[in-house]
Each structure stands twice: as structure tokens, then as C-alpha cells.
Design a protein around this ligand. Structure first.
Ligand SMILES: NC(=O)C1=CN([C@@H]2O[C@H](COP(=O)(O)OP(=O)(O)OC[C@H]3O[C@@H](n4cnc5c(N)ncnc54)[C@H](O)[C@@H]3O)[C@@H](O)[C@H]2O)C=CC1
Ligand SMILES: O=C(O)[C@@H]1CCC=N1
Length: 280
């Protein structure tokens, strides 16, 4: 008896192209290969020939032109910067057809903007992934455009679900999701960097300070994910009466760290909105 994973048939018969293979494009490509996509079903496009050669060697995938990718691939994943999207859509439009699924990972760019530039009826899905897709702990936030069916969304989840979690949201929430989740890892890296500096100030060697903070981050992250407890409860459990932690917390409050984070994520959301209007 054979048991078929519903995704298997799709995977064997579908070609997926990653257009623009920079940081997020390559992260996704490597994740798809780890998740079992055959290299023969994957195409990439790049701006530079040496980059194409590098990706061919590293992953065994074919590097082609954007026009060829549009002709050959069933699913096109657009992973160029929002500022480069206009030009990419110009290159694709004459060669693609409405039976292609177009997935955009670009911050800010709406499905309507992409639909308007491609053959009428083209299904478009907007996804905001993040770089932890590199370690299969990504978060990909997904919204369908006006021609995206349940099947298109499921196919998108199959691709991005191989490298982490997925969540569907209405497209009106994508700018917020970008601020929280797309940019989110950067805030944690920033905190680790700052706290490692603090360790230096307190006299620890940099490597030890780094390791202590990273392990605190991992421990805290796993507890946040697995304990089912509210973050306030978890923090209270660390904060002993008249102890060390409360002294640190008072300084964080004095320096407005909570308000700073709220303002920071609001600024990221606003920038995502600006990028929608092609504001380089
Ligand atoms: N870096 C991140 O954490 C995340 C990035 N994104 C989105 O992913 C997109 C790419 O971001 P990054 O990977 O950080 O930038 P990146 O600059 O590393 O990658 C973009 C790549 O696209 C290539 N490119 C540009 N125009 C091209 C064209 N016409 N044909 C072929 N290749 C072309 C560039 O040479 C570059 O390698 C952006 O739209 C960004 O909003 C989304 C989620 C997270
Ligand atoms: O910084 C950016 O614009 C991209 C989108 C989300 C993460 N990186």
C-alpha cells in the first residue's frame, strides 16, 4: 500500500523559480532543497553571472533569465527589493501567463500592484518570510490576492511551511506583520549585541558574554514557545523580591525601552506602507 503526502504530486510536476536570489531568495532556495524539493524542479535568476555560477555549484539548480523563468516555471517567487519590483515585472509581463502562480516576498508591494502589471487573472500571493527560514524556524505570513484560490494558498504554504511556520492574514495586516515578523529577528540580534556590550562593561570576555546572552535568548524563546505561560508570568518568575532583576527592569522602564519598541515597530510598519507606493 502506498501512502501519498498530498504535496508529493505537486512537487514532482511543478517547477518553482526564485527570481532575485539575494539573502531571502537564497535562504528560501536552500530551505526548499533541505525540505526535499529536487534541484531539477527549481530555477533561479540573478543579476550577475558570477552569482548564477555560485548558485549552480552550491545547489545544483539551473540559473536562467527572468524571461525564461516566466516561461518555464509554474510558480514564480519574486524576491527582489521593492525598489526593483517595477523593473522585474516589466521583464516578466510579456512572457508569463495567467496559469502561473506569482508569489511576492517583497515588503510593502501589494498584490493589486502586481496583478495590474501581469496578464489579467494572474493569481498572486503575498508572503512576508523572515531569515530564520535558513534554520527551518522561519515565520511566513501569507495573504492571497484577488485571483488566488485555496489551492494557490495551500501551494504557497507547502513551499514556506517546509522552512518554518506559516500564518494567513488579511492583506491589510501585512505591513504590521512585516514590522513584527519580517524585521523581527533584527530586533533580537540588536538586543544581543547591546547586552554583549554590557557584558564587556561588566568585565566578561566578549566570547563568554556572547554565549551567555545567546543561551539566555534560546532558553527564553523555548519557554515562550512551549510553556504556555504569559510573558509577564515568565518575567515575574525571574524577578526576585529586592533582587537583581527588578533593578534592571527599573532601568529599562526609566529609559523608555517599551515605548521605544512600540515606536520602532510603528516606524517599520510605516516604511512598509511607503514602499507600497514605489517610494525608494
Ligand atoms: N532580508 C530579509 O530578512 C527579508 C527580506 N524580504 C524581502 O525580500 C526581498 C529581497 O530582500 P533581500 O534578500 O534582503 O535583498 P537582497 O538585495 O539580498 O536580494 C535581492 C536580490 O535580487 C537581485 N535582483 C534585483 N533585481 C533583479 C532582477 N531584475 N532579476 C534578477 N535578480 C535581481 C539582486 O541582485 C539581489 O541579489 C525584498 O523585497 C525584501 O522586502 C522579506 C522578508 C525578509
Ligand atoms: O528590511 C526590510 O525591508 C526587509 C523586509 C523585512 C525584513 N527585511
Amino acid at each position: 500500500m502506498h501512502t501519498h503526502h498530498p504535496g508529493e504530486v505537486t512537487r514532482m510536476t511543478q517547477t518553482v523559480a526564485v527570481l532575485g536570489t539575494g539573502k531571502i531568495g537564497e535562504a528560501l532556495l536552500s530551505g526548499m532543497i533541505r525540505a526535499g524539493w529536487p534541484a531539477s524542479a527549481l530555477l533561479v535568476t540573478t543579476r550577475r553571472a558570477d552569482r548564477a555560477a555560485e548558485l549552480r555549484t552550491r545547489y545544483g539548480v539551473d540559473a536562467v533569465t527572468n524571461a525564461d523563468a516566466a516561461k518555464r516555471a509554474d510558480t514564480l517567487i519574486l524576491a527582489v527589493k521593492p525598489q526593483d519590483m517595477d523593473r522585474l515585472l516589466d521583464e516578466l509581463a510579456p512572457h508569463t501567463s495567467a496559469d502561473r502562480l506569482v508569489i511576492s516576498a517583497a515588503a510593502g508591494i501589494t498584490t493589486a500592484t502586481i496583478e495590474n502589471r501581469l496578464p489579467p487573472g494572474t493569481p498572486v500571493v503575498r508572503v512576508m518570510p523572515n531569515t530564520p527560514v535558513l534554520v527551518d524556524e522561519g515565520m511566513s505570513v501569507i495573504s492571497g490576492g484577488s485571483h488566488a484560490t485555496a489551492g494557490h494558498l495551500a501551494h504557497t504554504e507547502e513551499i514556506f511551511g517546509g522552512v518554518g511556520k506559516t500564518l494567513r492574514v488579511p492583506e491589510s495586516q501585512q505591513d504590521a506583520a512585516t514590522a513584527l515578523s519580517g524585521s523581527g529577528p533584527a530586533y533580537f540580534y540588536f538586543l544581543v549585541e547591546a547586552m554583549t556590550d554590557a557584558g564587556i562593561l561588566l568585565g566578561l570576555p566578549r566570547a563568554q558574554a556572547h554565549d551567555l546572552i545567546v543561551q539566555a535568548a534560546i532558553g527564553a524563546a523555548v519557554m515562550l514557545r512551549d510553556s504556555g505561560e504569559h510573558p509577564v508570568k515568565l518575567r515575574e518568575a525571574v524577578t526576585s523580591p529586592a533582587g537583581t532583576t527588578i533593578n534592571a527592569i527599573r532601568e529599562l522602564e526609566n529609559h523608555g525601552v517599551r515605548a521605544a519598541l512600540i515606536a520602532a515597530l510603528e516606524a517599520a510598519r510605516d516604511r512598509s506602507r511607503e514602499l507600497a507606493s514605489g517610494n525608494g
